[in-house]
Design a protein around this ligand. Structure first.
Ligand SMILES: [Zn+2]
Length: 163
């Protein structure tokens, strides 16, 4: 029987190696899907909350975590909790920066006090122009929308806000 010699903090660090299959620059820690890591009775318990419900990426993430932990001889059990639901608020600032560097507009919140005010345009991750238009509600995956920048003329994915 293996004995866990890793601390919870070390397991958090190891989890930085698990990337989102859809956006490989983001780790599961950046995404904020890891809710809790605890070690009990020689078993690492990792609690995750899926991002978009039904996102097939989540099965891949769970498998990747299991493979990673077994490569470090860490017995692991993964719990999935659906409530409270994941929101894009949980994405780290570092994660949002990485997303933008990758060419995907990070989730942007519409801050408005006025009722019926026109929503602010999504900022182009390439040239920062807000002169952009929605092409399709669904981009390369269901989690993203496809936009086009009218200034640099480049299409880009926008990681949708989820509240
Ligand atoms: Zn642009």
């Amino acid at each position: 029987m293996e004995t866990i010699t890793h601390t919870e903090a070390e397991i958090w660090q190891l989890l930085e190696q698990v990337c989102d299959p859809e956006v490989p620059v983001l780790t599961v820690v950046d995404l904020g899907v890891i809710r809790q890591v605890s070690i009990k009775d020689n078993l690492a318990e990792i609690t995750i909350t899926p991002t978009y419900s039904g996102c097939p990426a989540m099965n891949a993430i769970e498998t990747d975590i299991k493979i990673l932990m077994s490569s470090y001889h860490i017995p692991v059990v993964i719990n999935t909790i659906l409530f409270p639901a994941w929101t894009t608020d949980w994405m780290s600032e570092k994660g949002k920066e990485k997303l933008k560097a990758y060419g995907i507009a990070p989730p942007q919140y519409q801050v408005s006090n006025e009722l019926f005010s026109k929503p602010k345009n999504i900022e182009c991750p390439l040239c920062n122009s807000t002169n952009t238009e929605l092409i399709s509600e669904f981009g390369s995956t269901a989690c993203k929308s496809l936009y086009k920048c009218k200034d640099c003329l480049e299409p880009f994915d926008y990681f949708k806000c989820l509240k």
